[in-house]
Design a protein around this ligand. Structure first.
Ligand code: FPP
Length: 235
């Protein structure tokens, strides 16, 4: 089995999963969070080196307050319940996204978790939180403009490598396999630069039901694809 080096997850369908069970959307996210922890374990077991998961988008602020309040608490829960485990398992956690709109306690949990896990060498997990690609690319352009203005680089030196180094995902390779659960087949402002040559997989199951079997199945399908990167391959 050729295991993708970097898997992206759009963890969609928590709300519908909960609705089908007459439960609140927050209940669905709670289950979704538990499932994320399970899936990360499987990813590490099978040798995935980088995972990026979409936890809260720059547009998700338009959701009901209760739901936002819960999602803002998840990084605190990650810090309290999992930071130590991640450190032991050598998992490095990065939060990618805006930092200027999230509550203080959430920000503190994010920064502490990142600090605690910074030496993790087994697997990198990027949690996209108040993340949107438009914002990431805008930020990247501003950073590069500053490098030029400060005479660190010339305009002609701007290349794909410099762009990659100024995106929030710096340090992670581009995504090999992008999985969006729940049957929706769109990207929703997620990692637009980093998925240029990704394989896409859109299983119908809601995120809380996306288990180890489905992940292994997704990897089988990924293995059956012929990645050509714009070239021609024999056979
Ligand atoms: C999309 O489902 C899911 C989200 C917007 C949030 C995903 C969050 C988690 C899985 C919890 C983990 C959180 C963190 C911070 C690590 P939806 O609510 O759009 O579902 P629906 O389309 O069925 O309504």
């Amino acid at each position: 089995m050729n295991v993708p080096k970097h898997i992206g997850f759009i963890m969609d369908g928590n709300g519908r999963w909960a609705k089908e069970r007459n439960k609140t959307r927050t209940f669905g996210h709670r289950r979704g969070f538990e499932n994320l922890i399970d899936i990360l374990k499987v990813c590490q077991e099978i040798g995935v080196e980088y995972v990026t998961c979409y936890a809260f988008s720059t547009e998700n602020w338009n959701r009901p307050k209760k739901e936002i309040d819960y999602l803002m608490k998840v990084p605190v829960e990650i810090y309290k319940k999992y930071s130590k485990k991640f450190t032991e398992k050598k998992i490095k956690i990065n939060f990618i996204g805006r930092r200027d709109r999230i509550p203080k306690a959430t920000l503190k949990a994010i920064e502490t978790t990142e600090k605690d896990t910074e030496n993790g060498s087994s697997m990198v997990v990027n949690i996209a939180f108040d993340y949107g690609s438009y914002n990431e690319i805008t930020t990247c352009m501003k950073r590069i403009a500053k490098l030029v203005l400060n005479d660190k680089i010339t305009i002609d030196e701007i290349d794909e490598k410099i762009i990659g180094e100024n995106l929030f995902t710096f340090g992670s390779p581009n995504v090999d396999l992008l999985i969006r659960t729940s049957g929706e087949e769109r990207i929703s402002n997620f990692l637009l630069w980093q998925i240029a040559y990704s394989e896409f997989y859109f299983p119908a199951v809601y995120w809380p039901d996306f288990k180890k079997d489905q992940l292994l199945n997704a990897i089988d399908i990924y293995n059956s694809r012929n990645r050509r990167y714009g070239a021609v391959k024999e056979g």
